[in-house]
Structures are given as C-alpha cells and as structure tokens.
Design a protein. Sequence first.
Length: 351
Amino acid sequence: MIDNTKTPKELGYRFPAEWEEHEATWLSWPHKEESWPDKLQEIYPYYSEFIKILSQDEFVRINVKDEEMRKFAMDCIMQAGANLENVEFYFNETNDAWCRDHGPAFLVNKNGEEPQKIILDWGFNAWGGKYPPFELDDVIPTKIGKEFDIPVIYPGIIMEGGSVEFNGKGTILTSKSCLLNKNRNPHLSQEEVEQYLKDFYCVEQILWVEDGIIGDDTDGHVDDTIRFVNENTVLTVVEDNVEDDNYEILQTNLKQLKEMRLLDGSSLNIIELPMPDPVIWEDQRLPASYANFYIANKSVIVPTYRCDKDEVALEIIQKCFPERKVVGIDSTDIIWGLGSFHCLSQQEPLV
C-alpha cells in the first residue's frame, strides 16, 4: 500500500529521464480516421517500423480495442519484421493514439519502503476539449495500473506528457502557452501549477519557455521544440528563414533558454537543431519537427520529412547520443495527425 497522506515527492519517488533504462514502451494502436483523414491506412508501415525498432531492445505494450484490432496490428507488425517475443497487447480501448498524453506516467522508488513503481493518472481533456470524446483515453492509466497491480495516484488536474520535459535531476522544462492555457486548469496560477509539478513529478525546479510551433494543436507542447539529451544539455529547434512564422517564436525560446540556470547555478548547454522545410497538407501547416524523437533503450527514433535537412538533423542528434543508434523514420504521413513518435509513445522505466 502507498501512503496517500503524502505526495510522491515526500515518499521519495522520481520520474526517470527518458534515456534511463526502460522495461517497455507503451503505445495505443492508431484507429481514429478523423486524426488522419484519408491517410490512416498509409501510416501503418511507418508506425510498424517504429515498433520493429523498439522491439529489438525492450517490450512494446500496445493498447487495442478488441481481438479484431489486435489481429490487424499483429499483421502489420509481422510484416515490418518486429521481434514478436517483445510485443504485448492489452485490451484497453482508446479514443485516439497519442499515448504520451493519455498513457501512464510511471514513477519509481528504490528506498524499499514503498511500492517500487506507481502510476500518475493526471486528468486528460483532449488538449483543452478540442477533440471529444476523450473519456476512454482519460482512464487508460488506471486500467493499466489495475492490470499490473501498480498503485495509481490522482493529482486531480489536467496534464499531458508531451507538455513536460525532464532532465532526471530535478528539473522540468515546459511552455506557458500550454500549461497556463485557460483550457487546461483555469483555476490555477503559475505558482500553483508549479507546485503540482514539483509534488507529483517529484522535481525541484520548473523552467518556462513561451510558446510552441505553428500547427501544433496542443497549444505548444515542449516535446516539439526543446528536449533534454542529458542532465544539462538541450536540443532546441530553430528556424533559419526569417520570413517563416516559426522564426520569432523559436528565437524567443532560444533567448529564454540562454537565460536559464539549473539547480546548481550552471547554464544550459544548448545545441541548435534545424526545423524541417514546412510540411503542408490540404493548405494546413503541420507541426513537423525533428525534436519529436523518442529515446529507446539502444536507439533514438527521429521523424524525418523527405527534405534536405533530414540528414543534418540526424547527424546532430547522433552526436548527442553516442551510445545509441539514431534511426530516421519518414513521418510525412504520420504528422498529418499533428504529432509524431514522441507523441505516440510513453516509456515505462525499469526498476
């Protein structure tokens, strides 16, 4: 049992950085036609390639609606050549596929006094109520907790996994445009939001940038703009074209990053990552970004967009992860859903 009179932070829990060893990666199989209008069938080969790479070095745990969806998913995954011994299916019906935001947030504790692993079940309202219904997504963490007999904690506010970035040493990076948006927790001040993050994600410091990229329907998730690659280094996307709508947004974020100080007083080590050429579909600017990569146990899976900057971005990211293989997967069709590999996945740490 867990002591519900204390916060996870008081009990000694922590949210591991993404580069720390995983037991598994959680996914929710894509099925919502409205998320990929006229393109849903086209994303499956790329999504299955993602699973193939993940399955080489960790379990891949996939939420599906029913046996029919499981069989279809298995066919796709088999065609991709995944390691089927590491692929598991769970009958947890979802509204959509964005497991970063509706999936379980795992905390770990090695003090021997509390359960080694607990799940945070934040509230989920589909990015400010934009895409109802979302009731199935909202209860996914609790369903997984029950299935694995892992205690579940309810902070009681809206929070999405893609809105927060962790260095594993007490610091969270996030954006004001998302977490302070009135469509999330209008009753909370910035200071109150920070306290929830500190108490439940078990950190000491919240660092804020202003905004996210054009086309991002999440109101500015930080996993499209800035990513920790170690405890004091961030990759941040920048736009070279001064005429581009993202130019000023990303320059503002860059300026704010340069002014930040970590808990020990040191500055961030900042590495700039290019933005891809604009990806437009049906006259809509999509939130294509190389920052939406996913750090797996032995690889880093990076979305690419059929442009000349793909190789440059892959080289920059590879230098940040010398112990892992950086793999690019074409995300040109996937991004029509307004997210990519990081948005689609949630890590389960190894205890």
